[in-house]
Design a protein around this ligand. Structure first.
Ligand code: NDP
Length: 469
């Protein structure tokens, strides 16, 4: 764990395992119950300092953090690849994005302002006023395994930009890059009380923090299941919930088949499908469905999977054995629901081979639930209404994509699809770090992207003047 500016060693350790070969790559001190109270005391001190610090100084710390992340790109990339199993190239991409998220957070600190308020709506008034945005207090950042650096930056960056202190609870499988990030922030000038990283199980350490009355805001990214547990237990706190999905793409018959197949190869299998906006469902207009399936399976069969540390590996392992079992179960369930496995569907070591299933019924797991695995279901549709109905036929709604040259059809879909983002002629897996990002329905509450997250980490304070004296 990490607190008061230093790594803390403990007798009990959390072992970080390389998901490719199950070898232990490092061991970090595991937090205990009493560390929760200590972290809260430290965070109170941090909040006192940070809320008084000029916004420009906080921005400078974040800007410098971004610079140091860039300088340490190799170290960060290797750590991320080793702990999460993503390929070294995917990890390099994550580091670039993390540096950008910190820079965007610095800019958000500089831009954050309130607005003037009118008092003459019901008649003449001599009142004049405005609101300012003030930091909220101690922010708890709870992060998942799949983007251990950039998703931490999406919470910690805006929290500090706003003048809050942070307690970070990274995923137990991937705590190493979170500790490196905290070290980087301190090196960049963050007061040592500004951040603590508690490493330990979500249901004990995480839950103790979630329930703590002094935590004012929880920013959570993870599964719907855990999101529901947190919201049921946190009491009167602000929450941002960035949850799972089973993103869909609609391919209309006027779309360029080869180009879309290449994009689905990227969106369905990056990080072995363990991305919240991975493509899981593709609905293809009947006339081109067979040709699309051939093009996609030609693409997917070329994916080079293996050791994530090798430069030419395109897809690495699943995070753990449970994830492999779950992927297997989804494939078996697809077959039981009329599906045909076109390619993949097997385990090779800790890798689940890139899989396409087709013809599965709408009741199957792969259509209804989040697979979080390299499995894409391809099904046919006949009408625009049917495509929209199928995309919406799930409890999730993070992002969706569609491909057509027909602008009217595209806009009709964009309006009717229940999701936080609809991407026209792009896959739902597209994300840049400044955009408003988040879901509807079971995919979450609130939006990330530093300009949006910073608002969720502040509250409005109204100030009114009257001319009576
Ligand atoms: P989990 O929901 O299993 O865990 C996420 C975090 O919550 C971990 O740090 C975990 O700790 C912690 N946690 C678990 N239980 C509790 C609890 N009771 N109280 C407090 N904290 C708890 O997610 P994964 O790590 O498996 O990540 C995958 C999920 O994240 C997928 O569903 C994916 O879609 C989603 N995700 C969403 C994104 C978005 O922006 N919408 C982006 C990326 C991922 P521990 O590790 O110790 O269990």
């Amino acid at each position: 764990m990490f607190t008061k500016g230093k790594r803390v060693t403990k007798d009990k350790k959390v072992e970080v395992i390389n998901p490719y070969n199950d070898e232990v790559v490092q061991a970090l001190g595991m937090s205990e119950g009493k560390d929760v109270e200590d972290a809260i005391t430290t965070a109170h001190k941090g909040f006192k300092i940070l809320k008084r610090m000029p916004a420009g100084d906080r921005a400078q710390i974040l800007e410098k953090t971004s610079d140091i992340i860039k300088k340490r790109k190799d170290d960060f990339s290797r750590t991320i690849a080793l702990e999460s199993g993503k390929t070294i190239n995917e990890a390099r991409g994550e580091v670039d994005r993390a540096a950008s998220t910190m820079k965007l957070s610095a800019l958000a600190a500089m831009k954050l302002t309130g607005e003037t308020v009118r008092f003459d709506l019901a008649g003449p008034s001599k009142k004049m006023g405005f609101f300012i945005r003030v930091p909220i207090g101690i922010v708890l950042a709870v992060t998942p395994f799949n983007f251990p650096l950039n998703l931490s930056c999406h919470k910690i960056g805006p929290a500090i930009a706003a003048g809050n202190s942070v307690i970070h609870k990274p995923a137990t499988k991937t705590p190493a890059s979170g500790v490196m990030l905290a070290e980087t922030l301190i090196e960049a000038g963050l007061p040592v009380e500004g951040i603590s990283v508690l490493i330990g199980s979500g249901s004990t350490i995480g839950m103790a923090l979630v329930k703590h009355p002094d935590v004012k805001k929880i920013s959570f990214t993870g599964s719907l299941e855990v999101g529901e547990i947190i919201t049921a237990n946190c009491g009167m706190k602000r929450v941002t919930m960035e949850l799972g999905s089973n993103s869909a793409v609609i391919v209309f018959k006027d779309a360029p088949i080869d180009l879309v197949a290449k994009k689905v190869r990227k969106g369905g299998y990056t990080l072995a499908g363990q991305v919240c906006i991975s493509i899981q469902r593709v609905y293809v207009e009947e006339d081109i469905a067979d040709d699309f399936l051939t093009a996609l399976s030609d693409e997917v069969k070329q994916i080079k999977f293996g050791d994530q540390l090798l430069n030419d590996t395109e897809m690495g392992p699943m995070i753990d054995h449970d994830a492999l079992d779950k992927a297997q179960k989804f494939c078996e369930d697809a077959v039981q629901h009329n599906g045909t496995v076109i390619t993949g569907g097997k385990r090779e070591g800790n890798i689940f081979t890139p899989t396409i299933v087709t013809g599965v019924s709408e009741e199957s797991l792969v259509i209804q639930e989040e697979a979080f695995a390299p499995i894409v279901a391809v099904n046919k549709f006949r009408t625009v209404d049917e495509a929209i109905q199928k995309v919406n036929n799930t409890k999730y709604g993070l992002q969706a994509g569609l491909f057509t040259r027909d602008i009217t059809k595209a806009l009709e879909c964009a309006r009717a699809i229940d999701a936080g983002g609809v991407l026209i002629n792009e896959i739902p897996t597209f994300r840049v770090d400044n955009m408003p990002y988040g879901g509807t329905k079971g995919s979450g509450i609130g939006r990330e992207g530093p300009d949006f997250a910073i608002k969720e980490m502040t509250e409005e304070k109204l100030i009114v003047f009257d001319q009576i004296i």
